[in-house]
Design a binder for this molecule. Sequence first.
Ligand SMILES: NC(=O)c1ccc[n+]([C@@H]2O[C@H](COP(=O)([O-])OP(=O)(O)OC[C@H]3O[C@@H](n4cnc5c(N)ncnc54)[C@H](O)[C@@H]3O)[C@@H](O)[C@H]2O)c1
Length: 330
Amino acid sequence: MKTVRIVVTDYIEPDLEWERAQLASSPVDFEAFQLKFSSREDLLAGIRDAHVLIVNMVDINREIIQNLPSCRLIIRHGVGYDNIDVPAATEHGIQVSYIPDYCREEVAEQAMMLLLACRRKFTKQQESLEVSVKKGQWDFSSVGAIRRFSGTKAGIVGCGRIGSLMVRMLRGFGIEVMVHDPYLSEARQAELGIRCISLEEVLRKADMVTIHPALSHETKYMIAERELRMMKPTAILVNTARGAIVNAAALARACKEGWIAGAGIDVFEKEPPEGGFVLRGIPNVILTPHLAWYSEDAGLSIREKIMEDIRRFLEGRPPRFPINSVGPKE
Ligand SMILES: NC(=O)c1ccc[n+]([C@@H]2O[C@H](COP(=O)([O-])OP(=O)(O)OC[C@H]3O[C@@H](n4cnc5c(N)ncnc54)[C@H](O)[C@@H]3O)[C@@H](O)[C@H]2O)c1
């Protein structure tokens, strides 16, 4: 059997020794790089002759794809695959796959954490404790009004793997859920016990809105000034999906000027955000560093699932979650 060259463009694990050990007895040449910030030339020098590419954050655009003559499979290490030009890959006969099923619980838990932290004014409570310690007596004056979490209405935008778990978690808190997802089948709505409504209705009625679609031409900036102005001044917005779904400049104004009560954001259009990022330093905005996916359990799970796709490739079988459909490559 011909040696298969498997190249990792960039990775977040401390090392990839587990992967090497797994592949030790296979006819595989496994090489791992950290090419996220490399020049185009260095990137291509590392990956040009790969048969399989495993990509975390590196931008695999059309120009790069045109220079991968041997490549048959690109595995995106993660759920979103907006850093890979899938149409270009399809044109060049390259299968693209991803791992959409490794951190569903974690992202829903992070969204719940942000919803609770915003509603219960977690950062204000911490500040209040520090002030009280200094004064030697409780001073809650800076906290402001906190409203009960249960008994409220939550809007879920996008009800796929993660959004549907949010339905269950929110109901566990005694919250009424409203869902906007134009692509959810009647059968799935019945299964979840929901009836999808328009985005406008969700935004106008919800006490909190949590965002869960994939980033696409359709969802880019789907929450901008117009939509934020539809929300209640007491409502909060949480985004753990993709930064560009929400217009950050409009959200910053909404939080500063009181169109809404606050926001919890895990994802950014440019990652990590720059020092002057508009949402930094706003007291009613909680930012987390795109870590919703993370737990030790999810970190292990994604490695096992990528390894399964590599094994399937070596056996001539399709990946678990193919994104595109390709014919045999010459
Ligand atoms: N923050 C993190 O660490 C992290 C980790 C994993 C996933 N994510 C992100 O979470 C999001 C959801 O992931 P998922 O696995 O649940 O995806 P999914 O594909 O299972 O679900 C997405 C849902 O959005 C719906 N949708 C599509 N267009 C829509 C629109 N215009 N309006 C409303 N809904 C629309 C789809 O019908 C689908 O039901 C993705 O953006 C993904 O990149 C983030």
